[in-house]
Design a protein around this ligand. Sequence first.
Ligand code: B12
Ligand code: SF4
Length: 548
Amino acid sequence: MKLALVTTPVYVPFQFAEHLGVESIARVWREAGHEVVIFESTPDTPQHEAIAEFAPDVLGLSPFDWGADQAFEVARRVKRTLPQTHVVVGGVWATFNAQRILEVEPSVDSVCIGEGEKTAEDLAAAVGDASNAAGGPGFSDVAGLAWRDGPRVVVNPRRRLVRDLDSLPFPARDMLRARLTASGGQAQAHVSTSRGCTGRCTFCCISRLCLAQGGPIWRGRSPERVVDELEILRREYSVRGYFFTDGNFLDPGRVGRERAARLAELMVERHVEAPFFAFMCADDLAPGDPRLIEGLIRAGLRKVYLGIEAGTPETLKLYGKRATCQQNREAVAFLEKMALPLEIGFIMFHPWVTAAEVRENVRFLMEINQAHLLSSLCVTLEAYEGSAIMDRIHADGLLRKDWDYRQKYSYRFGQTGMFDLSQNLRALVSQLWARRIDYVLKQWDMWVAHGRSHRADGYAKWALDGYEQGRRRLSRLNETFLLAAVDLAERGWDQAVYQTLEAALEKEAGPLVDALEKLVGNLGQFVGTRGWAAACREPSPAEEALPA
Ligand code: B12
Ligand code: SF4
């Protein structure tokens, strides 16, 4: 049979991020003997004509919220010429919106609920029986499938999770080879070493996803099997960097930390160490296990994404976070001590947020020295179906009248002014100047932390200290801006006044970041040509590091 999968673009710079879900389904379909093609659809090149020419028996989509419109449009156009093609949608977003998608989107014939490998395989077999092509009784045998039977939406019994993740084949990376190098430079791959998460963050649906399929809540691949995959990535795709996509790389507890340590050892032993990033949780890191982190750094760990999310105990509870404020403080301090760059996740705005809470959050972020990135300060909760917090939004009647299941911000705020504030801050971070500042800082934060691990002296120390001073000054600018904006929200929103606050921030932060970029850029050049040792021997210049 001919089977096609379609990817639709996500936002820049992730437009061409690897899509492990689609690659995984492509692999199992191909292993089952089908002819499989992945089409990369963009608004400019929607691919429906190429798909129609290929004439697939099954067309698989894997969109997220707003990407869904594009994906469904491709399906509609394909269906115009090939009405018999069975269109199936999969992925996390589709899983929790299955009923609605089937009710409102006639181009979609079925939705794969949750983990897809086995369901996709069985679905292809069911479609293969020609009598089922228009939606016959065979679909009712496909566990984990929701499908349309005439006017009725049928949700089949759940599909049990694959017990042993090592038994799954590796994703078909050969079919989306270009994505590995799409961001330029050296090839980078997404690698999933586990599925699920023992956390119960209320804004996330990962654990619910596993529970809905009868658990277990977390499954890990063996370090040996992961390293087999890394070897292939290195040998066949020249991959020189990884993004471990696990919800929590150190999960679950002690067992998870041991697994991560073993993986790091094996990566070094089998020469597949390379720069990598991973998500971690503060309660696994605090108060800190230097041996574990040193091992991970040897294997290539270059940056930790740390889901802190809030700076008050009440909001940590609302978000269902396991870590306390104190553990968050300790984890950040520990990573800084290990000279390991980190980027925090922080959800400042949610429907019940108050001005007092925003002020408390800002104070907390200043205290842990993480207020320099606007993108960390301005996040508004994305409310997805399937998450516990979305259930609460439904229960509290906070959905806006114009709510649509593809909209993640369609809720009301309890306190006056908070909607204006959160909306303006969301718009702020998408502005070019603000994006540039965050981009520059994210780049240099990594490099600076790496420099600190060299125990810098002389010129190098002077420049790195100057960078740190500048970063703190930037945090103070952000603090002043945000506190003034919160006061405004509390007093009564005035868009013109807000614009003056934003303009003042841009006026001051822009040149400061230029100066920081120049400062560390010069050091970078020096190190690039003469090395760290020379930069540490060079005397520090007498003049001020940064403009006053
Ligand atoms: C890597 C990643 C990304 C990457 C790449 C996304 C991608 N397309 O793969 C990037 C950075 C682009 C990204 C972006 C976003 N992401 Co993201 N992402 C992840 C992450 C960390 C890993 C995904 C992954 O590779 N999983 C491994 C693969 C094998 O699993 P899978 O994709 O789910 O696929 C399986 C099944 O879903 C199913 N399946 C999937 N597609 C299909 C298709 C068919 C036809 C079939 C039959 C089955 C099927 O079968 C697959 C194999 O079992 C997950 C968290 C996690 N640990 O899962 C979050 C996650 C999926 N992302 C999330 C979110 C919120 C986003 C953003 C909205 C974030 C934002 N602020 O904008 C954007 C959305 C962008 C967009 N419009 O598409 C949420 C989704 C929440 C939800 N309920 O929808 C998650 C769950 C994170 C979380 N903890 O909340 N993300
Ligand atoms: S730690 Fe991450 S993956 Fe786990 S529940 Fe929380 S947000 Fe989801």
